[in-house]
Design a binder for this molecule. Structure first.
Ligand code: C2E
Ligand code: CA
Ligand code: CA
Ligand code: CA
Length: 274
């Protein structure tokens, strides 16, 4: 009926308002949280498939000291991007991770960059400055990007990736297999590595199509001299299949969840002792 339609519209408006309020509250919270030291960085190991050793640590932001209770990145990164707060937040993560890992020999560091950070014409200068200030070796840093910005502004993306690589940083294409990621991208942007998304890698043991797609991705990557990390590895079976498929690096809960630095280093110490 007409009145039910009207009620639905009213409800819809109310939901939109609630969503806007929620986002505004999170935005204000991020701003306060950056000033109040509410954020942390945790690390998830990336394993070299052949040796089983930790090759790299991926830095992932956490918000454990939020007064209203912790939130995971999926619940606040989009707000940080839309509001521009991803710039100070991303800078916090990069700086903290470089400082944390500077004194840890033999481990590479992977840091996520959001599309909004790519939009910043100062991105390369900021990365160079942070590397200089923290003394973190440039060739041990890898930046992970998703394809969003590559589509939005290909010319700027080519330039930014080229400039970052010229600094000595390596570049990884994250979440490969979730969007439009194509062979064309891999050639055009000169990525050093692709990370096969967990929706594909984490189903190789159940889904023959996923297994075929992983094999095809590895073949393309090999042809282009790009290395492959499989994400979201949760079982021994998946790890074995992905290693056999030719993925050089493996990452997922099967090896370790993201953890505070000292806990991850304890795993590494244990691994080198056994
Ligand atoms: P991502 O970069 O694709 O990171 C991988 C996500 O998958 C992480 O979630 C990680 O905890 C989770 N994961 C790892 N192994 C497994 C597994 O075996 N199974 C399952 N189900 N999940 C696994 P997290 O930490 O919640 O981060 C989610 C997303 O938020 C990240 O996806 C990234 O896009 C974004 N993010 C996190 N930290 C940062 C940051 O510092 N900067 C930016 N720009 N984005 C970040
Ligand atoms: Ca990532
Ligand atoms: Ca990913
Ligand atoms: Ca992701």
């Amino acid at each position: 009926s007409k009145s039910a339609g009207k009620n639905r519209i009213t409800l819809y408006d109310a939901e939109l308002d609630a969503e806007r309020l929620r986002k505004a509250a999170i935005e204000a919270g991020i701003r306060k949280g950056l000033e109040g030291d509410e954020f942390d960085v945790v690390y998830q190991p990336i394993i070299e498939a052949r040796s089983g050793a930790i090759n790299s640590l991926e830095a992932l932001v956490r918000w454990p000291r939020r007064p209203e209770g912790p939130l995971m990145p999926d619940q606040f990164i989009d707000v940080a991007e839309a509001s521009g707060l991803i710039h100070p937040l991303g800078q916090f993560v990069l700086k903290k991770a470089c400082n944390d890992l500077r004194e840890v020999p033999g481990l590479r560091l992977s840091v996520n960059l959001s599309p909004a950070q790519f939009r910043d014409p100062e991105l390369e200068a900021k990365v160079a400055k942070t590397l200089a200030e923290t003394g973190f070796p440039t060739d041990r840093l890898e930046l992970e990007v998703t394809e969003g910005y590559l589509i939005e502004n290909p010319a700027r993306a080519v330039a930014a990736i080229g400039n970052l690589k010229a600094l000595g940083v390596s570049m990884a294409l994250d979440d490969f297999g979730t969007g439009y990621s194509s062979i064309g991208y891999l050639r055009r942007y000169h990525f050093d590595k692709i990370k096969i998304d967990k929706s594909m890698a984490g189903t190789v043991d159940r889904d023959p199509q996923a297994a075929a797609l992983v094999a095809g991705t590895v073949a393309i990557a090999q042809a282009l001299n790009i290395s492959v990390t499989a994400e979201g590895v949760e079982t021994e079976d998946q790890a074995r299949l992905l290693r056999l498929a030719g993925c050089q690096y493996l990452q997922g809960y099967y090896y370790s969840r993201p953890k505070p630095l000292l806990e991850v280093l304890a795993i590494q110490k244990h691994m080198t002792e056994v």
